[in-house]
Write a protein that binds this ligand. Structure first.
Ligand SMILES: Nc1ncnc2c1ncn2[C@@H]1O[C@H](COP(=O)(O)OP(=O)(O)OP(=O)(O)O)[C@@H](O)[C@H]1O
Ligand SMILES: [Mg+2]
Length: 382
């Protein structure tokens, strides 16, 4: 009984993630980080150059959740009233100080603040306590806020020291990269579809109470088998001059557990430690460095499983592409070359691995890739 309930929630959160990434090209990782933050009651910031769908992803995440949410684009001139609600005039005349908070940040369960590092110092102070303590002080009153997760977006990492405390409150920080050249063709198709059809808000797929239930399950994930590896990696990072605050060291455990849950496990394994990519780095350069260290440090088995996972999602993309385009297309030659290279890589893994799981997955992918190569060849000839 409990088993099936658990599986239901594991499936549900995966549905959310899949729905979130659906209209976008190459935004699987962004969907992952948003999902991880939502399932751990943490905050997430997406950092990247303009026009990389940061706002669009955050908006879609909010739409897919059945929750009270608040969205706002911050400018240097945004006043606290705009986020917290105006002063309640009626109460004021009676000598009380209160705000009309309906529909505003103090009542939101999920919030999306775009261009977060535009926050003025008054707003900054409010956000610091809100994010950490889930409380809003406005000079007179203390409001307990139901905020679960703040999703934020920004073009840059803030340099100014006054923003560092705010930045540290985002356990999950992700550097969004523009879509790679191999995906530009698909990007054009997707963007054109969005232009033509306009943005249609999706139906919510998950509620706050379901999210809270998932959070409780995640707190039960068994972390005992990764603890030693985690300590080792923290030490290696420190040796490389990459320091993370004590707050982040501890909270990273939640993200590891959430990743395990998302993968359908109640026990964390080394593969889950890849989430350190989202909690450790504070700059884009550090992000690349940390990822390289993780690849180096994590066992070869985990590395291979990760690599196979990437190959698997690439194959899904190729399949989707083929399903959408019926006739010959010059793009097909490129795909063919890519697939043949990947096939060589898979054949090598199959020869060299002694691990059952890796071998099994590799065989399955080889069958799929073989079929895709045949399919593309047929199209090119006809
Ligand atoms: N990877 C993508 N897949 C599909 N569409 C995309 C992708 N990237 C951008 N777009 C299109 O570009 C639009 C602009 O994206 P959006 O406004 O969310 O960017 P942004 O990263 O928030 O930019 P800014 O930093 O300027 O606020 C999206 O609504 C979408 O139509
Ligand atoms: Mg934006």
């Amino acid at each position: 009984m409990l088993e099936s309930v658990l599986q239901k929630y594991m499936a549900l959160i995966n549905t959310f993630k899949t729905e979130l990434e659906k209209p976008f090209i190459g935004r699987e990782e962004e969907a992952l980080v948003i999902t991880l933050a939502l399932t751990t009651m943490e905050h997430v910031v997406l950092i990247g150059e303009p026009g990389t769908a940061k706002s669009a992803m955050a908006r879609r995440a909010a739409d897919l959740l059945k929750a009270r949410f608040f969205k706002y684009l911050l400018t240097k001139y945004t006043e606290p009233d705009e986020l917290l609600g105006p002063i309640d005039i009626v109460a004021f005349k009676e000598g009380r100080y209160a705000r009309v908070t309906k529909g505003k940040l103090p009542e939101a369960e999920i919030a999306f603040l775009d261009e977060i590092f535009n926050a003025s110092s008054a707003i900054l102070n409010t956000l610091l306590t809100l994010l950490n303590e889930r409380v809003i002080y406005d000079g007179y009153n203390e409001i307990i806020a139901p905020l679960w997760t703040l999703i934020a977006a920004s073009n840059n990492v803030p340099d100014e020291p006054e923003y560092q405390a705010l930045y540290d409150r985002f356990l999950v920080r992700h550097f969004v990269k523009p879509v790679g050249e191999d995906k530009w063709s698909k990007l054009l198709d997707a963007a054109w579809r969005i232009e033509k059809e306009g943005y249609r808000a999706p139906q919510p797929v998950i509620s706050m109470s379901e999210l809270k239930q998932i959070y409780n399950f995640i707190l039960d994930v068994d972390l005992s088998s990764i603890k030693q590896s985690l300590l080792r990696i923290y030490a290696v990072l420190e040796d490389h001059g990459i320091h993370l605050t004590d707050r982040r060291k501890g909270k990273t455990l939640k993200l590891i557990a959430a990743h395990a849950f998302l993968k359908g496990r109640m026990i964390a394994v080394e593969e889950d430690l890849f989430v350190l990519k989202y909690t450790v780095p504070s700059t884009r350069e550090e992000a690349d460095k940390v990822f390289a260290i993780l690849l180096e440090e994590l066992g070869s088995r985990e590395r291979l499983i990760y690599e196979l996972g990437e190959i698997e999602s690439n194959l899904v993309e190729v399949k989707n592409y083929l399903a959408k385009t019926a006739s010959f297309d010059p793009k097909l030659l490129e795909y063919l070359r890519g697939l043949e290279k990947t096939r060589e890589r898979l054949e090598r893994i199959a020869r060299e691995t002694s691990d059952d799981k890796v071998a099994g997955k590799t065989r399955k992918l080889l069958v799929e890739i073989e079929e895709l190569i045949e399919l593309i060849k047929e199209r090119i000839i006809s």
